[in-house]
Design a protein around this ligand. Structure first.
Ligand SMILES: NC(=O)c1ccc[n+]([C@@H]2O[C@H](COP(=O)([O-])OP(=O)(O)OC[C@H]3O[C@@H](n4cnc5c(N)ncnc54)[C@H](OP(=O)(O)O)[C@@H]3O)[C@@H](O)[C@H]2O)c1
Length: 267
């Protein structure tokens, strides 16, 4: 499949890297367009993709157009893209821009869906929340494409913001927790570099075990020997209300998605 990115920032780069990993069979053709030509070139160069000279040059050579600009920029991009799109499929990865707003900015019958990726896509370990919208017969091919860079979870758009808060935000949230874990190690006398390496390697291994078991409670049961160190750590977390803090974090992210929704403009 030929994929064209409008916007060549962080997430467009992560997706492109995920789809150009060595050994991936039938890798999609990737092309980037960005208002900043140098941004498009830098991203394309990272994976040997093409740079389109302009929006028309991108859209006309794409089977799937991915809108990867910031939420406030989506409407302008769609206004420019609408007359060029034709029967091509379009997917927006922007937070907070609902399907209804995407459809309102595109011609009737446009094939459009939403995907919420995360940057782990670059390693083939992404989580992709997928709302097929009006993709129709293209939905299966789009789903198959994203599945090449991680796990696709199809869901109702009503669940999109909460699901994004749990999965889409995970790389940043986990990084913040690992950062604080390293700082806690420093406070107990570890050298900063050693604390960082231990926390990062610890999180990496722990995430792999979680992925294999697919059951956090089973991992806790296996790791937290009664009366042992892990059990003491978990009890301290519970005492300090970490579950409540995470619930507040998920709620804050989901609320933020609503605030990101730009006022709708129609054609
Ligand atoms: N970063 C993530 O981890 C992540 C995860 C999931 C979803 N998302 C979503 O992905 C979208 C992009 O996020 P990002 O972090 O990748 O943003 P970013 O790094 O700022 O990249 C967006 C790029 O699009 C360019 N752009 C702006 N208007 C354009 C236009 N009309 N035509 C072509 N290019 C244009 C921007 O240029 P200027 O900087 O010059 O404006 C910038 O280079 C957002 O809507 C976000 O909600 C991001």
């Amino acid at each position: 499949m030929d994929v064209g990115f409008i916007g060549a920032g962080h997430i467009a780069r992560a997706l492109g890297q995920g789809w150009s990993r060595p050994g991936l069979e039938d890798a999609p053709g990737l092309r980037y367009f960005d208002v900043s030509r140098s941004a498009a070139e830098a991203t394309a160069q990272a994976m040997g993709a093409d740079v389109a000279p302009d929006l028309l040059g991108l859209v006309e050579r794409s089977e799937l157009v991915i809108v990867a600009v910031r939420p406030q920029q989506v409407q302008d991009v769609l206004t420019e893209t609408a007359p060029l799109l034709g029967p091509r499929a379009l997917v927006s990865v922007a937070a907070g821009v609902p399907l209804a707003d995407l459809r309102a900015a595109l011609p009737d019958g446009a094939r459009v869906g939403r995907v919420m990726p995360n940057v782990a896509a670059a390693l083939g370990l992404g989580v992709f929340l997928f709302v097929p919208g009006t993709l129709g017969s293209r939905a299966a091919a789009v789903e198959e494409l994203f599945a090449r860079a991680g796990e696709v979870v199809a869901l109702d758009e009503g669940d999109f913001d909460a699901a994004t808060a749990v999965a889409g935000c995970m790389p940043g949230v986990l990084a913040a927790l690992v950062h604080d874990l390293a700082r806690a190690g420093e406070r107990r006398g570890l050298e900063p570099d050693a604390a960082r390496r231990l926390a990062v390697a610890g999180a990496h291994g722990a995430a792999a075990v979680l992925a294999r078991e697919s059951d956090p409670e089973a991992v806790i049961a296996a790791a937290a020997t009664p009366g042992g160190m892990t059990a003491a750590a978990i009890a301290a977390l519970e005492e300090r209300g970490v579950a409540e803090a995470l619930a507040v974090a998920v709620a804050a992210a989901a609320e933020r998605a609503k605030e990101l929704t730009p006022p709708r403009r129609t054609r």
